[in-house]
Design a protein around this ligand. Structure first.
Ligand code: AMP
Length: 216
């Protein structure tokens, strides 16, 4: 049976960091919609140009565009055994689409860890976050520094600060999460697959909680 895990939680809760750990432990692809958009922005594709207009304001990219992009990603063979989804789905319409898409694979969303942290922690984390240019690896200048300043530990590529991690945009992204994404808590709770994880703890502790939830 394939295993599909959807990581839910506000920006800065640690979804990307934990998704990398889970993907490595379970040998599953880590699919981050934000990373795919950023990759397109870097390559200056039409999709990237369109996504950028929304991302720079902290708004969601329209569903038709996002869903088409994720469907294309899921058409690749590495997704048949399962995947760790990070940043997608982000509203009930996207969640409905995921259900339909996974049914086609003989799969379903198996578990939805909701990673939470108070707003002041989220803001502090995003303000100090450094992201790797090549593969989206994530560091934090205080809580998870790279060995060499502004260089990725894993692939040696330069680290950069995301435009949308600036204070004003972060506040708006948290509001967008509350208004558009938080309804998914109820959506997955009703299906009995939501499990809440305290994301304020150190990275290793959160990872251990996630692993034990998944192994159940
Ligand atoms: P993230 O890297 O998950 O924080 O996403 C960064 C930005 O990409 C978001 O603020 C949105 O503008 C856009 N984005 C990522 N995933 C989605 C999605 N599932 N639906 C719409 N927009 C998205």
């Amino acid at each position: 049976m394939p295993t599909y895990i959807v990581l839910l939680g506000p920006p800065g809760a640690g979804k990307g960091t934990q998704a990398e750990i889970l993907a490595a432990n379970f040998q599953l692809p880590h699919i981050s919609s934000g990373d795919i958009f950023r990759e397109n922005i870097k390559k200056d594709t039409e999709l990237g140009k369109l996504a950028q207009t929304y991302m720079s304001k902290g708004e969601l990219v329209p569903d038709d565009v996002t869903i088409a992009m994720i469907r294309e990603r899921f058409s690749r063979p590495d997704c048949v055994r399962g995947a760790i989804l990070d940043g997608f789905p982000r509203n009930p319409a996207q969640a409905d689409d995921v259900e339909g898409m996974l049914k086609g694979f003989g799969g379903q969303v198996n578990l939805v860890p909701l990673i939470t942290a108070p707003s002041d922690v989220l803001i502090l984390r995003l303000a100090g976050r450094w992201t790797c240019r090549a593969n989206g690896h994530i560091f934090h200048e205080r809580f998870n520094p790279s060995k060499q300043s502004r260089v990725c530990d894993f692939d040696g590529s330069p680290l950069f600060q995301r435009d949308d991690d600036k204070a004003d945009t972060v506040k708006h992204r948290i509001e967008v999460y509350q208004n558009q994404t938080a309804p998914l808590i109820d959506y997955y709770n009703k299906r009995g697959i939501l499990v809440e994880i305290n994301g304020s703890a150190p990275i290793e502790e959160v990872a251990a909680h996630l692993m034990s939830a998944l192994n159940k």
